[in-house]
Design a protein around this ligand. Structure first.
Ligand SMILES: N[C@@H](CCC(=O)N[C@@H](CS)C(=O)NCC(=O)O)C(=O)O
Length: 217
C-alpha cells in the first residue's frame, strides 16, 4: 500500500499497546510511534478514543481504530504481507477469538485482583493459577497457540509472558512456574526469544520498577 500513514498512540508499559506494535512488526508495516502520558492525556488521544480514552489507538491514514483486539484484526485484514495473525478457517478463527477474550476478560481480571490486593487475596491467586492451567491445556503440545508461528492468542498473551511474571516477582507470589505450568512456561521462553518480541517488549526490570514504585505498590 503506497503513501500510507500509520501511527500508534501507545504507552511503553502497556501490554495492549505492545500487541499493536508486535502485529505491525510481524506484518513489516512501518509506523510512527507516539508515547502518551496517561496521567496527562493528549488532545489527540481524547479526540481519537473519546469513549475509552485509552491507548492503544491506531491511526491509519488519519482514521482511528481503538481497542487492541479490534486493532489486531484490522491489521491482519488490511496488510496481507507477512504471516496471518488469525487462521483462515472460520472455526479456527472463532476459537482464537474465544481464547483472546478469555485472556482479557477472565485471566487478566483475576490477575488484576491479585495485583490490586498486593497478593493478599488468596482466592484471586488461586483463581489466576486455575485460569492459567486452563490456558495451558489449550496450548497443549503446540509451540505457540498459533501452531508453529505466533498468532492472535500469542500476541494477546504478551500479558501472560511478561506482565504476569512481573506481578508474581513483584509480589513474591507464585502464579506460574516451570513446575506448576511447564507447557506455558516453555511457551513463554519461545515467545520471549522471538526477535520481534525481544525488540518490542520493555525490560522486565523497568516494569518492576514502574509497577512496584511507591505510588503503585
Ligand atoms: N481493552 C483495551 C484496554 C486498554 C487499556 O487498558 N489501556 C490502558 C493502558 S494499559 C490505558 O490507556 N489506561 C488509561 C486510563 O485508564 O485512563 C484494549 O485492549 O486496548
Amino acid at each position: 500500500m503506497a503513501n500510507q500513514e500509520v501511527k500508534v498512540l501507545g504507552s511503553w508499559e502497556s501490554p495492549f499497546s505492545k500487541r499493536v506494535e508486535i502485529a505491525l512488526k510481524l506484518k513489516g508495516v512501518e509506523y510512527n510511534y507516539v508515547e502518551e502520558d496517561l496521567v496527562n492525556k493528549s488532545p489527540q488521544l481524547l479526540k481519537y478514543n473519546p469513549v475509552h480514552q485509552k491507548v492503544p489507538v491506531l491511526l491509519h491514514n488519519g482514521q482511528p481504530i481503538v481497542e487492541s483486539l479490534v486493532i489486531l484484526e484490522y491489521i491482519d485484514e488490511t496488510w496481507k504481507t507477512g504471516p496471518s495473525i488469525l487462521p483462515e478457517d472460520p472455526h479456527e478463527r472463532a476459537i482464537s477469538r474465544f481464547w483472546a477474550n478469555f485472556i482479557d476478560n477472565k485471566l487478566l481480571v483475576a490477575a488484576m485482583k491479585v495485583f490490586r490486593s498486593k497478593g493478599k487475596e488468596q482466592d484471586a491467586i488461586e483463581e489466576t493459577v486455575e485460569l492459567l492451567s486452563i490456558l495451558e491445556n489449550e496450548l497443549g503440545d503446540k509451540k505457540f497457540f498459533g501452531g508453529e508461528s505466533i498468532g492472535l492468542v500469542d500476541i494477546v498473551a504478551d500479558i501472560v509472558a511478561l506482565w504476569l511474571d512481573v506481578i508474581q516477582e513483584g509480589l513474591g507470589k507464585e502464579l506460574f512456574t516451570k513446575v506448576t505450568h511447564p507447557k506455558l512456561y516453555n511457551w513463554r521462553e519461545e515467545f520471549m526469544n522471538c526477535s520481534i518480541i525481544k525488540e518490542t517488549l520493555p525490560p522486565k526490570a523497568d516494569l518492576l520498577a514502574y509497577f512496584f514504585k511507591p505510588a503503585h505498590a
